[in-house]
Design a protein around this ligand. Structure first.
Ligand SMILES: Nc1nc2c(c(=O)[nH]1)N[C@H]1C(S)=C(S)[C@@H](COP(=O)(O)O)O[C@H]1N2
Ligand SMILES: [Mo]
Length: 421
């Protein structure tokens, strides 16, 4: 549609009559003076000459008009770029799949550069046959395709003491959802033959941080993958090229990138990343250990602080919901800070340990809204309010903040990160 200052035109009924009205205007013909950019219904300028030919861009990239759809970082958050994080622009995306170039990154020692011919994966410890796999070895084994979310346990970690960052990119952008292609870890363990005493795995990265974590054998045999593809193409360097571990539903930290070693043992190793880091300090000073699972959580991605409302009338409210315990069963949306809830419409696939896309439609006439979403998963678990979470967890935590997010919509259509009591 052409630009219009008529706010009511976006209501459903007016939308239809408005479209019919345009056809009539087209028939009459619009003069260039009233239409300086020569937009339709005139024959637009882009229709009058040849465009770029094929393979001008051998590897395609988005339209130049989408230049603001990018990962962003928060400079004051970390001391260096090598041990830092960039955030997925959730407010600019729809559906459930994160394009490869927009997946948030979290590195502890920068991006390791590995020639796929030089790649090796060592599998040893309490096994009958220690093995070393090349990438070719892995690619020759039976493979599966699975879509999962990966969420850093520190996602929303800055929000524990109150609303901080203005944008779901920053409050919730340490998550991505892609389709992985890889070998079930179970297959590799079967080839090596895990001894009866084997109960835990040490999984270790090949980057300079050598990031390592203890993974229970039961999870490894259940649904973990040794993946080499994301959304069809080879993993991006940022995501662990050429091989990363996929640990569905569990905190991102254990999804080891540039995977170099798996050792089978009889007990956990208690590495730095599961003691000094990635434990949750409770109100009483005690720390919870091994909080692997990411509980059900959701966020409204539009409207949100980086995606304000531009006109009154009919609005599509949209967001993402996910649970590390299984499938999402229901998502509710509130416009009044949680007093009243309506059930949102989920559209697209509903998969195990994967994001769903939800929508709720509403008329907005400039009144203040307090937008919230609340996820429920198939185990019956319901996403808690931030206050309910703080009652159990206190405010010493960094990790596992899955409290309900509130966005305040103001009369001018702008949106702000707030908390309601
Ligand atoms: N080898 C290695 N693996 C790693 C990390 C790392 O720094 N080195 N960071 C971990 C953390 S904390 C997270 S949240 C995820 C981030 O995955 P991504 O960069 O694909 O988003 O990778 C995990 N795996
Ligand atoms: Mo993380």
């Amino acid at each position: 549609m052409t630009d219009s200052n008529d706010d009511t035109r976006t209501s459903r009924r007016r939308f239809l009559t408005g479209a019919a009205g345009l056809a009539a205007a087209g028939a009459a013909g619009a003069a260039r003076a009233e239409n300086p950019k020569n937009l339709p219904p005139n024959v637009a300028d882009w229709s009058k000459h040849l465009g770029d030919g094929v393979a001008v861009r051998p590897y395609g990239h988005p339209s130049k008009f989408e230049k603001d759809v990018i990962r962003r970082d928060v400079q004051w958050l970390t001391a260096s770029r090598e041990s830092s994080v960039s955030f997925t622009p959730l407010h600019e995306l729809d559906g459930i799949i994160t394009p490869n170039g927009l997946c948030f990154e979290r590195h502890h020692s920068g991006i390791a550069e590995i020639d796929p011919d030089d790649y090796r994966l060592i599998l040893h410890g309490l096994v009958d046959r220690p093995l070393i796999f090349t990438l070719e070895n892995l690619k020759r084994l039976p493979r599966v395709n699975r879509i999962y979310f990966l969420e850093c346990a520190a996602n929303s970690g800055m929000e524990w003491r109150g609303a901080q960052l203005n944008g779901c990119q920053y409050t919730h952008g340490m998550i991505h959802t892609v389709q992985y292609t890889g070998v079930p870890l179970k297959l590799l363990l079967e080839q090596a033959g895990v001894k009866a005493t084997g109960k835990w795995l040490l999984v270790e990265g090949g980057d300079a941080s050598g990031l390592d974590r203890s993974l229970p054998l039961s999870k490894a045999l259940d649904d973990c993958l040794v993946a080499y593809r994301q959304n069809g193409e080879m993993l991006r360097p940022e995501q662990g090229y050429p091989v990363r571990l996929v640990v569905p539903g569990w905190q991102g930290n254990i999804w080891i990138k540039w995977l170099r070693r798996i050792e089978v043992g009889d007990q956990p190793w208690y590495t730095r990343e599961e003691t000094a880091k990635y434990t949750d300090l409770m109100e009483n000073g005690k720390a919870r250990k091994f909080t692997f699972v990411m509980d059900a959580k959701s966020v409204i991605t539009s409207p949100s602080p980086q995606a304000p409302i531009r006109r009154k009338g009919f609005q599509v409210i949209s967001g993402l919901a996910w649970s590390g315990r299984g499938k999402i069963k229901r998502v509710d949306v509130s416009l009044d800070g949680g007093r009243n809830w309506r059930t949102a419409r989920i559209d697209g696939p509903v998969l195990d340990k994967c994001c769903v896309r939800f929508y709720a439609e509403a008329e907005w006439n400039g009144e203040p809204w307090l937008l919230q979403s609340r996820a429920m998963d198939e185990t019956g678990y319901t996403q808690p309010s931030k206050d309910a979470l703080r009652k159990i967890r206190g405010v010493n935590s960094i990790y596992h903040n899955n409290g309900i997010q509130t966005w305040a919509l103001k009369a001018n259509g702008e949106v702000e990160n707030v908390e309601v009591g």
